[in-house]
Design a protein around this ligand. Structure first.
Ligand code: HEM
Length: 419
């Protein structure tokens, strides 16, 4: 590895930095407010005060909105699904403004036909064969090594010890990054993700990551191995290959899109299971229930509540006129709790009748990594249940809770087990 790393590592804790960047805190669940919105206004003008918990006076709000495109929120399953499946009317280009500056021109902000070409190339790194190899060669060893570190302790904060670090360690291993460089890689990932908190730091991290990935890419172009960067370097469509910049943008995107979401979704599933001991017991005793438990966890508490699109023309949605250029926020969390589709939707219930949900979005940009996310989560939960006998919430600690108005996860998850 030839890339150099500046060494302000150790000056701050990536975990705290990360949580701060993601605005964790607050005990209020946004879900009760969504019930009323679904009933009365499936599509409505966005209200930053109630939807993001931002405290603003009427005057400040008016000043902030002046000259800005109108913004609407879609809250029901049908309206969210309609927006996400119609990429021609609801464009993804809005991501270029903030995320694009640190990720580069990534697949996330592309519309058709550019998006289609990029997706066909990137998909070559996410085949069933890749998944079958990653599980025993990458995911299980990472998960086992991490659990080895605390299995003898009998008590731990599972978020800090396990769910936060494991997806990024998996990702690093997939890219072929040596273990000793993991802290640096993790730090750069956290800085990149914190773009809304410290823009300059995120831009610096973005450049450093390109330098870092560049060194690996150069090596893999000359000596291809089996890792993801080698596969991306070889990917081909109609004789065309991915450029270095296209690969860097994709790899940068995987930090927020892959590692952060999986940390949150696996933490949320653990909260669901640990606070419903009967369901935990059922899954522990019959692992065939695990896939439906994973799906229910992601439906019940998706790690990412909202994504957005930009209207490319004047359009009407659920009877509401949306002018061209407006931003449409799709509330995936609310869509996943639509009572028209799920009975008693606020309840975590691994036994409920399953219907496809929208936590992974829908349409052209539907999550490229969803099979990987499910596989990683299954490996993680199986290993925890196998290796930590009688795993349960620590009765001496505060009850676990999930927080966040956009990104959701428990800040901690104190557990105990029999040693
Ligand atoms: C439970 C975990 C995950 C959730 C809930 C999730 C959710 C999502 C959502 C909602 C989108 C659509 C974003 C938009 O169009 O605005 C998306 C896209 C994407 N996800 Fe995931 N994701 C997860 C895990 C992963 C993993 C593990 C990876 C890869 C390592 C990944 C890679 C991607 C990529 C590359 C896209 C962009 C696809 C495109 O634009 O065509 N995700 N994900």
């Amino acid at each position: 590895m030839t890339a150099t790393m500046s060494a302000d590592e150790g000056q701050y804790d990536p975990f705290d930095e990360f949580n701060r960047a993601m605005g964790a805190g607050g005990e209020v669940s946004p879900y009760p407010a969504f019930v009323e919105r679904r009933r009365t206004a499936p599509v409505a003008p966005f209200d930053i005060r109630s939807e993001m918990g931002v405290d603003l006076s009427d005057e400040d709000l008016a000043a902030m909105s002046e000259g800005q495109p109108q913004t609407f929120t879609a809250s029901t399953f049908d309206t969210v699904n309609t927006v996400l499946r119609d990429g021609a009317t609801f464009s993804s280009k809005g991501y270029a403004e903030v995320m694009g500056q640190v990720l580069g021109h990534s697949i996330l902000e592309m519309d058709e036909p550019e998006h289609h070409r990029m997706r066909a190339l990137l998909q070559q790194a996410f085949t069933r064969r890749a998944m079958e190899r990653w599980e025993p060669e990458v995911v299980r060893p990472v998960v086992d090594a991490m659990i080895d570190g605390f299995a003898g302790a009998g008590a731990v904060d599972l978020v800090r010890a396990f769910t936060f670090p494991f997806p990024i360690a998996v990702f690093a291993r997939m890219l072929g990054i040596p273990d000793e460089e993991l802290p640096t890689f993790h730090r750069l990932g956290v800085e990149l993700i914190g773009v809304t908190v410290d823009f300059d730091r995120a831009v610096r991290a973005s450049a450093q990551l390109a330098e870092y990935f560049g060194a690996i890419l150069e090596e893999r172009r000359s000596r291809p191995a089996e890792d993801m960067i080698s596969v991306l370097a070889q990917a081909e469509l109609d004789g065309e290959r991915l450029t270095d910049d296209e690969i860097f943008s994709f790899l940068r995107l995987l930090l927020p899109a892959g590692a952060e979401t999986t940390y949150r979704s696996s933490s949320n599933l653990l909260v669901g299971l640990l606070t419903h001991p009967d369901q935990l017991r059922a899954v522990r005793d019959d692992r065939a229930l695990l896939p439906q438990a994973i799906e229910e966890g992601i439906r019940w508490e998706p790690p990412l509540l909202t994504i957005f699109r930009t209207a490319t023309r004047d359009v009407e949605l659920a009877g509401v006129p949306i002018p061209e250029g407006s931003t449409v926020i799709t509330n995936l969390g609310s869509a996943n709790h639509d009572e028209a589709r799920w009975t008693d939707p606020e309840r975590f219930d691994v036994f409920r009748e399953q219907h496809p949900h929208l936590a992974f979005a829908a349409g052209p940009h539907m999550c490229l990594g969803m099979h990987l996310a499910r596989m990683e989560t299954a490996v993680a939960i199986n290993a925890l249940l196998d290796r930590l006998p009688n795993l349960r919430v620590d009765p001496a600690a505060a009850a676990p809770h999930i927080t966040g108005m956009v990104f959701r996860a428990p800040p901690r998850l104190d557990v105990v087990w029999d040693t």
